[in-house]
Design a binder for this molecule. Sequence first.
Ligand SMILES: Cc1cc2nc3c(=O)[nH]c(=O)nc-3n(C[C@H](O)[C@H](O)[C@H](O)COP(=O)(O)OP(=O)(O)OC[C@H]3O[C@@H](n4cnc5c(N)ncnc54)[C@H](O)[C@@H]3O)c2cc1C
Length: 388
Amino acid sequence: MHNPDALASVDVAILGGGMSGLALACQIDRSNNCASRRINKAVVIEPRDKYQRDKTWCYWQRAGGLFDEAISHSWSRWEIRSAGRVTASACPEMPYVRVDSGRYYQSAVELLGSSNTVGLKLGVSAGQVSRDQQQLCVGTDRGQVRADRVIDTRPRPIPQGTLLQHFFGWEIETDKDVFDPTTVTLMDFSAGSEDDVHFFYVLPFSPRRALVETTHFSKQQLCESQYKDELRGYLRQRFGLSDWHIRSSECGVLPMPKRPHALLEGQPNVVLFGLHADTAKPSTGYCYPHAQQQAECIAEWLSGRTNSGPPPSRHSVARWFDGVFVAFLENRPAQAPEVFFRLFQRVNPAALVRFLSDGAQLADYLRVIWAMPKGVMMREALRYALGR
Ligand SMILES: Cc1cc2nc3c(=O)[nH]c(=O)nc-3n(C[C@H](O)[C@H](O)[C@H](O)COP(=O)(O)OP(=O)(O)OC[C@H]3O[C@@H](n4cnc5c(N)ncnc54)[C@H](O)[C@@H]3O)c2cc1C
């Protein structure tokens, strides 16, 4: 799609070529190649002129996917630390993997570069979406695009009062062996906090290299110097380090909404998708695996192979559990370390991974409920049901 008119009229316009938008574009291309019903023309509109590695995405890999060649690391063991205790779990059949965004973008650009039907327009920014008779009109800084359907993955403001997952991390190298490269520290609550949920995350690549992050679940972000002080304290206290080399840093603010907010309903034939559209799992902030699954379902829906409306981001039971758990995190942050510790200590690792990845079966839900403090969770469920 190198013709300048390629932007003018399409079946599907995808606004935003980040992780979710590219996943959908590649799924549309794949679906076009292997089915008789096709989308004749789709375009991704992305303001970046070129892609660079800007982050990494980790998730539990339950099945192969389109971007497996972008996976740079894999671990089958992880641990939770709280109040001087450690619980470790292993699940070799569903490893925790790390996707390199640079490789991910490169794979998508190559795949779309050879697509006859799905184009990627870099250096173009989308504005308002309006309706003109049967079609949608997307204003861009390079003219208007007419589309039958719009999938909007652009970032949008997080509504006031939403619980946030905010984090800051350094990828560091040390002069001595300190990290155990076999085990990811998913949550280390050793710093302790009554007011919010605060933990450290350690992704070890070798005995001398790791990504170390400080993460909070709260409604207020901190200033950068506070996150850095927390990291320095942790590296000193847990690993006895006074000196390290920072190779890169990353930070993020992810929404953890109790309920999908009204804006997400969009308008007819406009589907909101991605981090700011309830694709991320609200209780964990993980977005990558959910976006990949949802991209496949949206591509099927767009090609007309399913009769119902656009697929929801997650099953209503999973959404309800998330809502109650987010309510618990908001209302009882001091109890969160113990609850996370119990979940990882008591629930079979494969069942817990399925639960955390929105793939739980009935038996998995029962195992998770059994491991939770039932009185506390019942009260939170009741409050949630009453809309508080
Ligand atoms: C540092 C960091 C680490 C993360 N780590 C993990 C992880 O380990 N595991 C996990 O599951 N999730 C993780 N996440 C959460 C989530 O997976 C990522 O934020 C992911 O990039 C979200 O994908 P997205 O497509 O929704 O948003 P993005 O990837 O941010 O894509 C949105 C796109 O919209 C484009 N855009 C902006 N304005 C316009 C406009 N006007 N017109 C058109 N396009 C526009 C942007 O340029 C961008 O490319 C992480 C997030 C961050 C910030």
